[in-house]
Design a protein around this ligand. Structure first.
Ligand code: AMP
Length: 209
C-alpha cells in the first residue's frame, strides 16, 4: 500500500498515521518529523529549515523533495509507505509523480482528512507530544492518563496561535490545490476529521477498504 495523508495542520494526520501503519505494516514517513529531527541534530538541512518552520512557513520545495525521494527509496519503503505532510505544494506532488513513474510504482490512495478552520486553532494550541514515544495528546480531549507522561509533555515551537494561522493560510494557498490533482487521478478519498481519533480511524479504514 502506497498512500498519502493530506489535511490542514491539526487535522490528525500524525495521530492517524501512527495508528494506520500498524495495520498496514508500512513505514510512516512524516516530513514534519524528519525536518524536526534534522533541526534537533543540527544537520545542514536542519539549519536551512529551522527558520521557515518556526514561523509556520513552508520549507523550500527542493529541500523537501530531495529528502522524501531519498527516503522512499530505502529498503523499508520498498513494499509501501504512508506519506504524512508531503506533498504540500503542486511542485512536490508533480516531483513525486515523476519519481514514482520512473520507479515503476503507483499510488493506491490519497486520504484527505477534512476539519473546518474554526476547529484547527483550538486543536493546535492544546496539542502536546511525548518526546519519548512521539505520541500526540490534546490537553482537554485526549490527555495522557499516566502522570509521568503528563509531566514530560512538550509543545511544538510552531504550535502557537500566530504560527498556526500562518500554517493554515499556507495550507489553503499552497496545499489545497493538490486536492484536484489527485481527484482527477481518481485517488482521492475524503474523510471527516471531526470527532475522536477512534471515530476518524474507523472512517479512514472504511475509505481505504
Ligand atoms: P508538520 O509536522 O507536518 O505540521 O510540519 C511542520 C513544519 O515542517 C511545516 O509547518 C513546514 O515548515 C515544514 N514542512 C513539513 N512538511 C513540509 C513539506 N512537505 N513542504 C514544506 N515544508 C514542510
Amino acid at each position: 500500500m502506497r498512500m498519502i495523508l493530506v489535511g490542514p495542520p491539526g487535522a490528525g494526520k500524525g495521530t492517524q498515521a501512527a495508528r494506520l501503519v500498524g495495520s498496514y505494516r508500512i513505514p510512516h514517513i512524516s516530513t514534519g518529523d524528519m525536518l524536526r529531527a534534522a533541526v534537533k541534530a543540527g544537520t545542514e538541512l536542519g539549519k536551512q529549515a529551522d527558520g521557515f518552520m518556526k514561523r509556520g512557513a513552508l520549507v523550500p520545495d527542493e529541500l523537501v523533495i530531495a529528502m522524501v525521494l531519498e527516503r522512499i527509496q530505502q529498503d523499508d519503503a520498498k513494499g509501501g509507505f504512508m506519506l504524512d505532510g508531503f506533498p504540500r505544494t503542486t511542485p512536490q506532488a508533480q516531483a513525486l509523480d515523476v519519481a514514482m513513474t520512473k520507479a515503476g510504482i503507483t499510488l493506491d490512495s490519497v486520504v484527505l482528512i477534512e476539519v473546518p478552520d474554526e476547529l484547527i486553532e483550538e486543536r493546535i494550541i492544546h496539542r502536546r507530544s511525548d518526546p519519548e514515544t512521539g505520541a500526540i495528546y490534546h490537553l482537554e480531549f485526549n490527555p495522557p492518563t499516566d502522570e509521568a507522561v503528563a509531566a514530560r509533555l512538550v509543545q511544538r515551537k510552531d504550535d502557537t496561535a500566530e504560527a498556526c494561522r500562518a500554517r493554515l493560510s499556507k495550507y489553503h494557498a499552497e496545499t489545497a490545490p493538490i486536492v484536484p490533482f489527485y481527484e482527477q487521478k481518481g485517488l482521492l478519498r475524503r474523510v471527516d476529521g471531526q470527532g475522536t481519533p477512534d471515530e476518524v480511524e474507523v472512517r479512514i479504514k472504511a475509505a481505504l477498504a
